[in-house]
Design a protein around this ligand. Structure first.
Ligand code: UDX
Length: 456
């Protein structure tokens, strides 16, 4: 009898024992317990596999052993605790231990950007060496981290060179497509699973591992899977920059970009998702991955001008917002700005490449006094944002401020008491960087309102 998987939402499929009948649970190790590693490890454990997570950060491991997860991700902590208690999720600081006790090893370490935008693959190389030195029997080593095309080849070479015996191994690529804020849901109900493999053994192992998810499987070679990951994120970033470019045209003629997005997005070939104009994309993936792909293309002798433009438009959206604030307030020096939202998107406390950080810095440099509020990201923000006033809610931020600026589309901000906000504000000005309000309603309530790509 298989296990019952408790659904996370009304749309999700309920797992019945029968669906898991004959599922071959495996011993898995996850190297690197960052965002991707933690979600991947926890979800694999929830499918009934034995998972051992390795990380060199002993402090982090201590926190995890206490059942606490260092990131905010809906549904993850509960799932994490459940699996830890059942003994399916373990932690170690020793890669040796993890390798010896597993059949499939997922590399989930970070690939940060170098100054020139290229991915830094030092951690991948180090982990590959560590794995190689501890292989004693067949292992399937899977790249989960986003890596430049041909990294799989490098990993193979390193393992071949540092392996101490004749044990067989395979390398595979299995990119993640997890969105922060819905990562558990994305893992459990993926649109597709991509596996880049070079042997039937590797393909069969991964296909079986993911079988319970019942998602379309795209099987390719390792290079293909590596490119799919870069191309996916770059395409999504392109969609966002495209609609942001359209929003600039809308502003000039007084059209509403949200209507345009719906008008084009209902064409199924285009789709309405990732067509929201705003202050540009941020986060730990899009900015880094677009840069890395531009760099990879350069190295391969192709000038990816389209992606350079995508990046340029994304940067421009921040200038655009600052110009808007200036236009609404006339002069920036000494103006008090209430900023609502710091995280790069809602439902996460992640501030990596959050447009809000850049925008706040620039407003500060222009002489503005900044008050901020975010439902989840305040603890992290307090560590990195200096010279701003942290407020306990949106109303405190609005109090005696010259305008309200929305930088993250948290649901909480959609339901504010605008009578109260208006009373608190020094001037009834709202600059909506995420188009979460209806311009007509705002005007009717007596606000001077401006969104992105919408007639004032
Ligand atoms: C992304 C990819 O979606 C995921 O598949 C990949 O594996 C990791 O990177 P994530 O970084 O969590 O996920 O965020 P995502 O939801 O994709 O949003 C990225 C950024 O784009 C956010 O800053 C968001 O505000 C912005 N965005 C998104 C828009 O400006 N407009 C949109 O229409 C959609």
């Amino acid at each position: 009898m298989g296990e019952i998987y408790t659904p996370l939402g009304p749309e999700t499929r309920v797992w019945r024992g029968a669906e898991l009948r004959g599922y071959n649970r495996v011993n898995i190790s996850i190297i690197g317990t960052g965002y991707v590693g933690l979600v991947t490890g926890t979800c694999f454990a929830d499918l009934g596999n034995n998972v051992i997570c390795a990380d060199s950060d002993k402090e982090k491991l201590q926190t995890l052993k206490k059942g606490k997860i260092p990131i905010y991700e809906p549904g993850l902590e509960e799932m994490f605790k459940r699996n830890e208690q059942k003994g399916r999720l373990k932690f170690t600081s020793s890669i040796k231990d993890a390798v010896l006790k597993s059949d499939i090893i997922f590399i989930c370490v970070g690939t940060p950007s170098k100054e020139n935008g290229e991915a830094n693959l030092l951690y991948i190389e180090k982990v590959s060496k560590d794995i190689a030195q501890n292989i004693k029997s067949y292992k399937l080593i899977v790249e989960k981290s986003t890596v430049p095309v041909e990294t799989g080849e490098r990993v193979k070479e390193v393992i071949r060179s540092f392996k101490k015996n004749k044990a067989n191994f395979d390398v595979a690529s299995n990119p993640e497509f997890l969105r922060e804020g819905s990562a558990v849901e994305d893992f459990m109900h993926p649109d597709r699973i991509v596996i880049g493999v070079e042997s039937k053994r590797a393909k069969d192992l991964l296909a079986e591992l993911y079988r319970p998810l019942k998602a379309p499987l795209v099987v390719t070679d390792i290079k293909g899977a590596e490119i799919i990951k870069h191309a996916s994120n770059s395409f999504l970033a392109t969609k966002i920059s495209f609609i942001n470019a359209i929003s600039n045209i809308c502003e000039k003629v007084g059209a509403d970009v949200t209507k345009i997005a719906r008008g084009i997005g209902l064409d199924k070939r285009i789709s309405t998702s990732f067509l929201n104009a705003g202050i540009g994309y941020g986060g730990s993936c899009f900015p880094k991955d677009v840069n890395a792909f531009i760099h990879i293309a350069d190295k391969l002798g192709y000038d990816f001008g389209l992606l350079r433009e995508v990046k340029k438009i994304n940067e421009h959206q921040k200038d655009f917002l600052i110009n808007k604030i200036e236009h609404m307030l006339w002069n920036l020096p000494d103006k008090t700005i209430a900023v609502l939202g710091l995280s790069f998107k809602p439902d996460t406390d992640d501030l990596r490449s959050a447009p809000a950080l850049d925008i706040i810095e620039r407003l500060k440099n222009a002489g503005c006094i900044i008050k901020v509020y975010d439902p989840k990201a305040m603890p992290k923000a307090k560590k990195i944002l200096k010279g701003v006033k942290f407020c306990k809610n949106a109303y405190e931020a609005a109090s005696k401020s010259d305008c309200l600026v929305i930088l993250t589309d948290w649901n909480e901000f959609k339901e504010l008491d605008f009578k109260k906000i208006k009373k608190k504000l020094h001037q009834p000005v709202i600059i909506d960087g995420r188009n979460i309000y209806d311009p007509k309603k705002m005007k009717k309530m007596g606000f001077r309102y401006t969104g992105i790509g919408r007639a004032i």
